[in-house]
Design a binder for this molecule. Sequence first.
Ligand SMILES: [Zn+2]
Length: 181
Amino acid sequence: MKIYERILRTIDGRLEKLQGVRTQYPNFYWPTKYKVVTQAFGINPQWYERFGLPGHEGIDMRAPLNSPIYAVWRGTVSRVGWHAAYGNHIRLSHTIGENIYESVYAHFERPTHWAVGMTVQRGQIIGDADSTGNSSGSHLHFSLKQFSGEKPNTFYQKAFDWPYNLIDCTMFFRELRHGYE
Ligand SMILES: [Zn+2]
């Protein structure tokens, strides 16, 4: 681990204590090369209404054309292929503690070589970014679904009842936690 990463981690731990945020969420590996959110979870409800969603159903992250996309956690491939909205996409199934999650990575350049049932490590490259499917420019759309256990009690989770087992994954990224009180 690089020294600055170690320092950041220490600062993160102290901030979480100060802010009273308990680390009840796993620390997901940031799935793109650039730690930039281009569209947050739950926003733009007027646009997503037409898809039967209460708002943006995931997080969009900066991912220029051909840049690598990484798995957020160790898991197995649960679905791979074309989706009308997500374009070339892949989904991974994760068992974390007592919960079962599925992470969704959308708009890949080409179909990924991964196949259902294969094991993927946290941080492993799973595809290349592009803008396939319902997308207006190269980026990663990341969604998270939860299939068991207590769902995260975040602002958006309280505000909306999300369909398709979708949850707000914001708190799963250490880089995004400090925006919350
Ligand atoms: Zn999106």
